[in-house]
Design a protein around this ligand. Structure first.
Ligand SMILES: [Zn+2]
Length: 98
């Protein structure tokens, strides 16, 4: 396991911390200021992006499909429904594939 390079925002001192400290906080060995170890939020950011995209793109089509079904508008229901299913599949695969 390789180390992460951290640079202090206070004094620009650069040092290495183990990768498993990702997302935590360490004190700068030079000036003692508490420094956040960046990098841990990558996965969280990815999931929130996927969830956000899913909510913004997928759900309205799901709602439209239901509206289409209620109004017996099959064209609208099938069209929106298939987009919704694709959005669901993309969502599931991006969760499973990461
Ligand atoms: Zn420092």
């Amino acid at each position: 396991m390789s180390d992460l390079q951290i640079s202090c925002p206070q004094c620009d001192y650069v040092w290495a911390v183990p990768k498993n400290k990702k997302g935590g906080q360490v004190n700068c060995p030079a000036c003692g200021v508490l420094t956040e170890i960046k990098g841990a939020s990558d996965t969280k950011l990815f999931y929130s992006l996927v969830l956000g995209l899913f909510a913004f793109l997928g759900l309205p089509f799901g709602v439209m499909a239901v509206i289409g079904l209620i109004n017996a508008n099959m064209e609208m229901a099938v069209c929106s429904g298939s987009i919704f299913i694709v959005a669901c599949l993309v969502f599931v695969f991006s969760i499973l594939g990461s």
